[in-house]
Ligand binder design. Structure first.
Ligand code: PEP
Length: 254
């Protein structure tokens, strides 16, 4: 296994879990999975639970992330959260450009780029989400959309800055719908993304960048997805909200 591509199982809790619920879930998960040496577990609770989750996160292999950030360091941006605030709470990752933020909150490739760059500057690893809507897939435009999102989000970064970036391919038609991309469909797009990354940043980054799959990942499909050569982990919504299902994902078979 390439150590730079240690599998990453990321839990995106979205707008779920009070502080008490979040602490209880992360404590149970850590107890159930035990230490994770050959894989990494990322928990991204709502902002309100970051501190409490950080305080109880002790298990080897576990790390903390936020679901969003603002790109400015500080200022009059009511309701926004800076990367320094996230660092202060022991976050090491931040998700940027999730399709729900693109579709519901007007996020664009340019704001995703700004957020990713701000995260890297602050020492956080951005998890940059890309993915096509169903109509684009049906029109045969998947690769065009993904290429535009990848270039839009990553342009201007140096090879060194790219070293910490994680990419998540999340076909919008598969998020929260129960309709997963087949391992072959996911692999095809992951290989395409790796190719785009290679032409933008060179062979070393191509070899080392982690590309997660997201979209109705569940215990019944994780092993087949993770068996694909360019799938390095999963970004999980629904199935990350229960101990039993997320534990099964964390403990997928190589
Ligand atoms: C997500 O929120 O990124 C996601 C993939 O959700 P779900 O696993 O519920 O499809």
């Amino acid at each position: 296994m390439n150590p730079d591509r240690r599998p990453l199982m990321a839990a995106n809790w979205k707008m779920h879990k009070t502080v008490t619920e979040a602490v209880s879930l992360v404590e149970s998960l850590q107890k159930e999975t035990g230490p994770c040496a050959d894989r990494e577990v990322l928990i991204a609770p709502p902002f309100t639970a970051l501190k409490a989750v950080s305080d109880v996160m002790k298990q080897k292999g576990y790390c903390l992330g936020a679901q969003n950030c603002h790109w400015e360091e500080k200022g009059a941006f009511t309701g926004e959260i800076s990367t320094a605030m996230l660092k202060d709470l022991c976050c090491t990752y931040v998700i940027v450009g999730h399709s729900e933020r693109r579709q519901l909150f007007g996020e664009t490739d340019e704001t995703v780029r700004l957020k990713g760059a701000a995260a890297i500057k602050a020492g956080l690893a951005p998890v940059v989400c890309v993915g096509e809507v169903l109509e684009a897939r049906e029109r045969g435009e998947t690769f065009e959309v993904i290429a535009r999102q990848i270039e839009g989000a990553l342009k201007g970064l140096s090879e060194e800055q790219m070293a910490g970036v994680v990419i998540a391919y999340e076909p919008v038609w598969a998020i929260g719908t129960g309709r997963t991309a087949s391992p072959e469909q996911a692999q095809e797009v992951h290989a395409f993304i790796r190719g785009r990354v290679s032409s933008l940043f060179g062979k070393t980054i191509e070899k080392n960048v982690r590309i997660l799959y997201g979209g109705s990942v569940k215990p019944s499909n994780i092993d087949a997805l993770m068996a694909e050569p360019d799938i390095d982990g999963a970004l999980v919504g629904g199935a990350s909200l229960e101990v039993g299902s997320f534990k099964s994902l964390v403990q997928f078979n190589f």
